[in-house]
Write a protein that binds this ligand. Structure first.
Ligand SMILES: *Cc1c(COP(=O)(O)O)cnc(C)c1O
Length: 337
């Protein structure tokens, strides 16, 4: 964990000039300086089935302070506690916040949420001069306790609601990208859809679904050959690690058997045509928490597009295969570097 945090921090360490003209190097994040203060009364691990995603945290939190003048302070693991922030802290006023999610451990999983916030207080909008990097660790049970659960999406045109736009920051996990999605998502939930499929542009290009990258499997012509299509990294989607993992696995293991893998624009009309022609074989979303989420239907304008699952099926072949392959890597059943 600290190694990852160190990598993140490397980009922030910089040479500064202070105390007259004497240059000094600000401190880098140094894992060997870690100090641990244990909680006096550790709590018991609840049963896996009681652990709704994100409902519990571990007894400890990892924190590292940073200032522009000093660089990184010694990392600390301390009993889980509330943060004390100035009400004028830049994170509260202007949303300087960035996060990342990771997962460890089979059976139960340990979800790691790394966050960095700007803690300096200043009513002016300026680059942060102080920050706190911390990691909240949450024990979680299986993401979907009853195995796969196919979801229904509602496609929303960018004229109605937009999550990201060209030249924006939709490809970063920054706080501000998420709050604005809640109102349209809530409205979609009230109509019976679990998540939104965010479209963009007049041609209704697919971007991503909720907080997942999106994939479709299409049959090529009348042959037993398939293509895997996902929108490109054009700055408007989150470049997910699970997306990357699926792409590399399919390129490595299915492309030799004739699969075509493309990262390209795909419009809803193409998906509708494929579904009507019986060539939309599967659709699924990818993200760290669920790994892969099979998609049953997509509501688009006045149509309900069926994505290849039969009524009693909750996942089809490729989605299930991907989950197995990715878990084999995560649990080190299979070596991968
Ligand atoms: C986190 C996230 C994803 C998935 O990324 P992973 O790295 O695979 O977890 C996709 N879309 C959005 C908007 C996200 O925040």
């Amino acid at each position: 964990m600290l190694t990852i945090m160190i990598k993140l921090s490397k980009g922030m360490a910089k040479r500064r000039v202070s105390h007259g003209a004497r240059p000094h190097l600000t401190a880098e994040l140094d894992a060997s300086k870690l100090r641990v203060t244990k909680a006096l009364h550790p709590s018991k691990l609840p049963l896996a089935e009681e652990l709704a995603f994100g409902s519990h945290t571990t007894d400890h939190i990892l924190q590292v302070r940073w200032t522009a003048d000093e660089g990184w302070f010694a990392p600390q693991i301390v009993p889980y506690q509330k943060l004390a922030l100035d009400p004028a802290a830049a994170v509260l006023l202007y949303g300087f916040e960035y996060f990342e999610g990771m997962k460890a451990k089979p059976g139960y999983s340990l979800y790691l949420r790394l966050v960095i916030i700007a803690t300096n207080s200043n009513l002016g909008v300026t680059a942060p001069t102080a920050a706190l990097l911390y990691c909240v660790a949450c024990p979680v049970g299986l993401y979907f306790s009853a195995g796969f659960k196919a979801i229904n999406l509602e496609a929303t045109a960018s004229a109605v609601a937009t999550r990201a736009w060209p030249g924006g920051a939709g490809n970063y996990k920054i706080g501000g990208n998420y709050a604005s999605c809640i109102a349209p998502e809530k409205a979609a939930k009230a109509r019976g859809f679990q998540q939104l499929l965010w479209l963009f542009g007049d041609d209704d290009r697919i971007t991503e679904a909720g907080t997942m990258n999106l994939f479709v499997v299409l049959q090529i012509g009348d042959e037993e050959r398939f293509k895997l299509v996902t929108p490109p990294l054009d700055g408007m989607i989150l470049p997910g690690v699970t997306r990357d993992c699926v792409l590399s696995l399919v390129r490595e293991r299915l492309a030799p058997a004739g699969w075509i893998v493309s990262e390209r624009d795909i419009c809803m009309t193409e998906v509708v045509h494929a579904a009507v022609a019986g060539k939309l074989i599967e659709a699924f979303g990818t993200g760290t928490a669920a790994i892969v989420s099979p998609i049953r239907t997509i509501k688009y304008r006045d149509r309900l597009v069926h994505c290849g699952l039969s009524r009693h099926q909750n996942a089809s072949a490729i989605t299930a295969l991907m989950k197995g392959w990715i878990e084999a890597r995560q649990y080190a059943v299979e070596e991968h570097c």
